[in-house]
Ligand binder design. Structure first.
Ligand SMILES: *Cc1c(COP(=O)(O)O)cnc(C)c1O
Length: 377
């Protein structure tokens, strides 16, 4: 019988760096308690410097909002179709429906677990043959692992369809030397509480073109025309980031590199201590890819083994989670068109995310590994 409650080990808790409160206090001291202000501008500048590749960043209230505005700027509207990676979090797909468009889901390939270039081209050809050319593609660097950008973007260029690069989980990842978020026609980031850095809630739209950044900010602040009174010629949104929360973001950017290193160390630790078990396998980085290892994921031989591990961890007060349930299997999208090959369904059945926070101590990681080893031995 347990005598004391074990310390809870979370999947991916927030991890403050130290200077966040200084910048938040600055917001209070200068009374910039609004969805604009110097912290927002400084946070944007530090994202632009980090991501590089001539990127512009517009900070918003969420990553979901960033996808919504990105699709709107690309002209997605009523009756359109947008191709979306099926193996992802629902926030990649939901904004497509906000605009009256339909997501068409495309399954994954086995190497990176992201959108399959083969199926992507098949889907485009099928839709084009039926007279409905997709308006955009939402591709995702899931769990921080870059998707096959060369292949995916070559297909997108061939059919002249813009790509929104969902980098919500991939800040700090890179592909052939370029940071994720700067590879697509537009990129999006998330600063939700569970992401690699957080503002408690928040996001950003990334783009090469300065005018697109201005347009994003315009739409995110109620699409107000240039006039002394409030005048509107188009429909706007209230999606701009708060200056208070941007203060947290400024502090978090100072420690982003450390956060990536810590998450990658978690992965290496798990790999070293668990890969001796025949039931546990890991996903490797393909040549040219660098993952922030946002979450360490393992594959087990079956749904039953995965559940056994998840429940054993839960009994030790350790949080773990099955991989994302593919969108084409979600009840809400059951009537949507999808192009599937069984890969994401299999990953969902057999895969598990292990605790991956950047604040995990060696003893925490040991506790996770020992629980799994004791169960499987
Ligand atoms: C978190 C996440 C989002 C949405 O970001 P929010 O800031 O939570 O709205 C979008 N796509 C993926 C893949 C995510 O993990």
């Amino acid at each position: 019988m347990k005598t004391a409650v074990l310390k809870k080990i979370w999947l991916s808790p927030p991890h403050m760096g130290g200077n966040e409160e200084t910048y938040v206090k600055e917001a209070f001291d200068t009374n910039w308690i609004a969805p604009l202000g110097p912290n927002v501008q400084q946070f944007e500048k530090s994202i632009e410097n980090f991501v590089g590749n001539d990127i512009n960043a517009a900070c918003l209230s969420s990553g979901t909002g960033a996808i919504h505005l990105g699709l709107e700027i690309l002209g997605v509207g009523q009756g359109d179709e947008v191709i979306c990676q099926s193996f992802t979090f629902a926030a990649s797909a939901n904004p497509i429906t906000y605009l009256g468009a339909s997501p068409i889901f495309v399954d994954s390939e086995e190497e990176t677990w992201n959108i399959s270039p083969v199926l992507l081209e098949e889907a485009i050809k099928d839709r084009v043959a039926k007279g409905i050319k997709p308006k955009a593609i939402v591709a995702v660097h899931l769990y921080g692992m870059p998707y096959k950008a060369d292949e995916v973007h070559a297909i997108a260029r061939k059919y002249e369809i813009p790509v929104i690069e969902d980098s919500a989980e991939a800040l700090g990842s890179s592909y052939r030397g370029f940071n994720c978020g700067s590879l697509g026609d537009m990129g999006i980031l998330s600063f939700n509480g569970n992401k690699i850095i957080t503002t408690s809630g928040g996001g950003a739209l990334l783009c090469k073109d300065r005018d697109i950044k201005e347009k994003t900010i315009f739409l995110a602040t109620q699409a107000r025309d240039n006039a002394p009174h409030y005048q509107h010629s188009s429909i706007g949104y209230n999606y701009r980031m708060s200056n208070v929360l941007a203060g947290i973001g400024r502090g978090q950017m100072e420690v982003l590199k450390d956060r990536v290193e810590a998450r990658r160390r978690n992965f290496e630790f798990y790999k070293e201590h668990l890969s001796g078990l025949p039931e546990i396998t890991f996903i490797n980085e393909p040549e040219g890819s660098y993952s922030n290892r946002w979450l360490t994921c393992v594959l087990t031989p079956s749904f039953e083994v995965r559940e056994k591990i998840r429940i054993a961890l839960e009994n030790e007060n350790i949080e773990s989670r099955p991989l994302w349930k593919p969108m084409h299997l979600q009840p809400v999208f059951e009537n949507n068109i999808s192009f599937v090959n069984g890969v994401s369904e299999d990953l969902f059945e057999r895969g598990l995310c292990l605790p991956s926070g950047s604040s995990l101590e060696i003893e925490d990681l040991d506790r996770v590994c020992e629980t799994i080893k004791n169960l499987l031995k």
